[in-house]
Design a protein around this ligand. Structure first.
Ligand code: GDP
Ligand code: ADP
Ligand code: 5GP
Length: 207
């Protein structure tokens, strides 16, 4: 059975990752979103088990102790982690998984699963546009907003370590670009030859 692909989407807070991912995934089949665990409080409208699994610090630390995370990191002052079991199970079932995780997490995942991982960076058209989006979203207090904007600078300095770069200027264009990456990665020759052995052109015999 061919393994699924791990699509890791990263970029500064407020750049549009969630908006792009949700929209792209609604148009495709065979993709599953990895719901992270976090100690951050839920925003209005966020649902436990859908956007995140919202847990307290103690539960998080216990999960770290039990080695339940594929990766975890402290991001903008809160803890976030990716379930190891969920990723391994889904990948082995051949399911493609989409992760919305921070830059540190992305670089850790590719170290652990280099063959399966595709790294996608979403960048804003400008710093002022990023600030505008974060402010318009209105989900962070002044202090948290400042932390997120300050962290953006370091995150943007890591772009060169990613396989793909999407500049989210026009949302629809960004969605189309993400869908294109999803599909193109599936038909890479190295992956195709693994699971298309059933087609006779591989034997190239006259029928
Ligand atoms: P499927 O379409 O039947 O594979 O279902 P889903 O992919 O939607 O997820 C199945 C179950 O796993 C749901 O109860 C989800 O809440 C849960 N789930 C989704 N993502 C994660 C994750 O990252 N970690 C863990 N532990 N559970 C998850
Ligand atoms: P992230 O998940 O990266 O933190 P969100 O998806 O929450 O970002 O997007 C942040 C805000 O920017 C949201 O209010 C969203 O509606 C808005 N947004 C996303 N993409 C665009 C875009 N291309 N143009 C203008 N606003 C956008
Ligand atoms: P937010 O609080 O805005 O939902 O997410 C803040 C940051 O944490 C984003 O960059 C998001 O991608 C990242 N993040 C979400 N889940 C995880 C995770 O499981 N691991 C890591 N390393 N980062 C995560």
């Amino acid at each position: 059975m061919t393994k699924g692909i791990l699509y890791v989407v990263s970029g500064p807070s407020g750049v549009g990752k969630s908006s792009i991912i949700k929209n792209a995934m609604s148009k495709l089949e065979g993709f599953s979103f990895s719901i992270s665990y976090t100690t951050r409080p839920p925003r209005p409208g966020e649902k436990d088990g859908k956007d995140y699994f919202f847990i307290d610090e103690k539960t998080f630390d216990k999960m770290v102790e039990n080695d339940e995370f594929l990766e975890y990191a402290e991001v903008h002052g809160h803890k976030y982690g990716t379930s190891k079991k969920y990723i391994k199970d889904k990948i082995n079932e051949g399911m493609n998984i989409v992760l919305d995780i921070d830059v540190q997490g992305a670089l850790n995942v590719v170290k652990k699963m280099p063959k399966e991982t595709v790294l996608i960076f979403i960048a804003p058209p400008s710093y002022s546009e990023l600030k505008k989006r974060l402010m318009n979203r209105g989900t962070e207090k002044e202090k948290d907003l400042k932390i997120r904007l300050a962290d953006a600078k370091w995150e943007l300095s890591k772009i060169n370590e990613f396989d793909y770069l999407i500049v989210n200027e026009d949302l629809n264009e960004a969605i189309n670009q993400l869908i294109s990456i999803f599909i193109a990665e599936q038909i890479k020759t190295e992956r195709v030859t693994e699971h298309l052995g059933k087609y006779s052109f591989f034997k190239f015999e006259e029928e």
